[in-house]
Design a protein around this ligand. Structure first.
Ligand code: ADP
Ligand code: NA
Length: 330
């Protein structure tokens, strides 16, 4: 009854990092190229959950879009657009918000962890999961590529669908299914107990995929490992080294065990392994970076792409929102 449609979101608040690439963008491109109906939403409304410097945000929106296009998101095959340019998102968030309770959202772990010590809780943080549900429902998305940490948000979305059905007796939405939850999270190079993240205040924990070769080299060489120089894979006890092996594996497609076996045969220590990894990262992103720099020279082309994506997204969004309003008597 519902055709497959995949909604992928990314906050355009910085050039994507290696975690974004391996955990998300690389897979989105594969889905797109296997013929899936993919919508890539630049989650700029989510990015302003807490206020940002507008000049920087305008720049990072361009950088994120260029990065995605350079990595292979093809606007002839997929829809790529900015969330803030479709008012449908916030309208649907309001309508869906009427079906949620304050208690329900207060229990979501990502929300709880963000507000645990706060005396005054920003309302945006509270509404974030509702907006995210609206994003999914607006396109009647059937599949959502998300990390495991996002599963409670997807759960909220399914309860909203059930509640909507219960009240209005109309099955407007498919139950969205998560994809890729089993993926290894890429960790911070400085604090391997955390995931690599745009919101990490310490940029040395990250490799942004359009970084210069010198910066990539520096970040990898300074990545935290431990006192053992042999290469072994043990994410629990050796998170730093294991993270480097995960990055290696993500970029080459080789299994972790095979990478370790070869490194041991070659007698590599961590420093030598890092040198090998640096070459792989640089080679992998070199063609993307050339394309990226080209794109960043032509802002009007990027805005055109986003505008065309927006027009295509609006066709779907109009239809869904009309159905929802009609169903609710609006
Ligand atoms: P960030 O957490 O850096 O702000 P986003 O929230 O914009 O990134 O997430 C964009 C996509 O990248 C999501 O699909 C998310 O699951 C994925 N992602 C983010 N960080 C990582 C990571 N460290 N490892 C693997 N995937 C990640
Ligand atoms: Na995030």
């Amino acid at each position: 009854m519902f055709s497959r449609r995949i909604l992928a979101g990314i906050q355009p608040s910085n050039v994507p990092h290696l975690g974004n690439y391996l955990g998300a963008i690389k897979r989105w491109v594969e889905l797109q190229n296997s013929g899936e109906h993919l919508i890539v939403m630049l989650a700029d409304l989510h990015a302003v959950t807490l206020p940002r410097d507008p000049k920087i945000l305008r720049q990072t929106i361009l950088e994120t879009t260029s990065s995605l296009l350079a990595c292979g998101i093809n606007p002839d095959k997929s829809i790529i657009y900015r969330q803030s340019q479709l008012p449908h998102h916030t309208t649907l968030a309001w309508l869906m918000g009427t079906l949620a309770t304050v208690q329900q959202i207060s229990h979501i772990p990502t929300y709880k962890s963000k507000v645990k010590d706060e005396e005054s809780i920003p309302l945006g943080l509270f509404m974030y999961p509702i907006l995210q549900s609206a994003d999914i429902l607006l396109f009647k998305s059937t599949h959502i590529p998300v990390g495991e940490d996002q599963l409670p948000h997807l759960h909220l979305c399914t309860t909203l669908i059930e509640k909507f059905y219960h009240i209005y007796k109309k099955e407007l939405f498919p139950m969205p299914k998560p994809m890729f939850t089993e993926t290894n999270r890429i960790r911070s190079l400085r604090h391997p107990e955390n995931k690599m993240s745009k919101s990490d205040a310490d940029p040395r924990g990250r490799i942004d995929i359009m970084d210069t070769e010198d910066l990539i080299r520096d970040r990898v060489m300074k990545a935290v490992t431990d006192f053992e120089s042999r290469i072994t894979y043990d994410p629990e006890n050796r998170p730093g080294v294991s993270n480097l092996i995960d990055i290696f594996s993500g970029l080459t497609g080789e299994m972790q065990e095979d990478i370790v076996e070869r490194a041991q045969l070659e007698g590599l220590n961590t420093k030598e392994f890092k040198e090998k990894l640096i070459k792989i990262i640089i080679e992998h992103f070199k063609p993307f970076r050339i394309k990226y720099l080209e794109l960043m020279n032509d802002h009007s082309y990027i805005y055109d792409v986003l505008q065309q994506g927006q027009a295509k997204a609006a066709v779907i969004a109009d239809q869904t929102l009309n159905e929802v309003k009609q169903t609710m008597g609006l």
